[in-house]
Design a protein around this ligand. Sequence first.
Ligand code: ADP
Length: 320
Amino acid sequence: PGTPPKPHEKAKHPSSPPLPRQNAKVTPPSPPKVIADAGGNFEFTRGVKLGEGGFARVYEIRDAYGARLACKVVTKSSLKTKKAKTKLYAEIKIHKALNHPNIVQFQDCFDDDEHVYMTLELCPNGSLMDMLRARKRFTEPEARFFMVQLIGACHYMHTHQVIHRDLKLGNIFLDKTMNVKVGDFGLAALIESPGERKKTICGTPNYIAPEVLFDTANGHSFEVDTWSIGVILYTLVVGRPPFQTKNVKEIYDRIQKNEYEFPPDRVVSLEVQHLVSQILTLDPSQRPSLHEILSHAWFTRGAIPSYIPHSAHKHMPDFS
Ligand code: ADP
C-alpha cells in the first residue's frame, strides 16, 4: 500500500464529500530536550520522534526513573482558533477517561509556554500499518488475534459512550508484547444522550462508513466503528483496503455502491469473506453487533494464537 490518505474533517456541502486535508504544514520548532511544566510537577527527557499526525508530533520520553513513555506534543501556536482548542480538549477528556488493556493508556497532560503535552503508554512495536507493509498480508490466525483485541477495545469504548471514528491500521499500535493498543482519539466523539446522532463528517477515506458520507441529515453513531472494523478485517487478510482506488472520490463512490471484491485465487477463506460481507452492510442498523461478530464461525471455529512472536514483523509465524 502507498501513503494512506490523511484523515479529514468537516464538509460545507454534505452533497460533495470532503477531500482530505492538504499538506500545508510548516515544521514547528522541536520541543525542548527536557520537557517540564511550569509548576515543577513533571520532568522528562525527550528522545527520538516516533511519528507525527495531523496536528501533533509524538516523541519517546523517559521519566526520572528511566521508564520509557510516549509524549504527544501539540504546539500552542496551532491552537489559535476556538475550534482547535475545543478539539484538543475533547481528545484529552475522552482519552483520559478510558482504561482498558487494549487501549493506549493515557497518563498525564500538562503544558509549558509553547506546547501542550500528553504522556501516553509507549507502543514500541509500531502500528499494524507498519507491520502490514513488511508482511503484505497476515495469516487468518494472526488476524483473529488482532481482531479479538480490537473488538474488545471497541466494545469497551462503546459501553463508555465513546465512538472512535478513526479506527484504521495506522491507529492500532502494538505494545512490547505485541498486544493491540488502540490510539489516537483525535476524532473520537462522546454520545451524551441515548439516541444522539453525530453530524460531523470525519474519518479516513478508505475506512469511512457510508452513512457518514451519504446520510448526513440523519447523522451517524457507534456503527461507524463496526464498519471500520470490517474494513480492517478485509485489509489484514487481503493486504489492501477493500474500496482502495487512485482517487478519493472514486473510493467514496465504491463505498456508496458497496463495491469490493475478494482476490479470486481463494487466498482468503470463505468464512472470513462471509463475515466481512456481513459487517460491510450499507444500512448501519443491519450491521452485526460486536458480540455477533465474535460469535461468527470464522472466530469460533478457527485457531487463535495465544501470542504473536516479534518475528511476525518480518515473517509469517509458524503456529503449528
Ligand atoms: P494525530 O492525532 O496527530 O494523528 P497520532 O496519535 O496518530 O497523532 O500519532 C502520530 C504517530 O505517532 C503515530 O502514527 C505513531 O507513529 C506515533 N505514536 C502515537 N502514539 C504512540 C504511542 N503511544 N507509542 C508509540 N508511537 C506512537
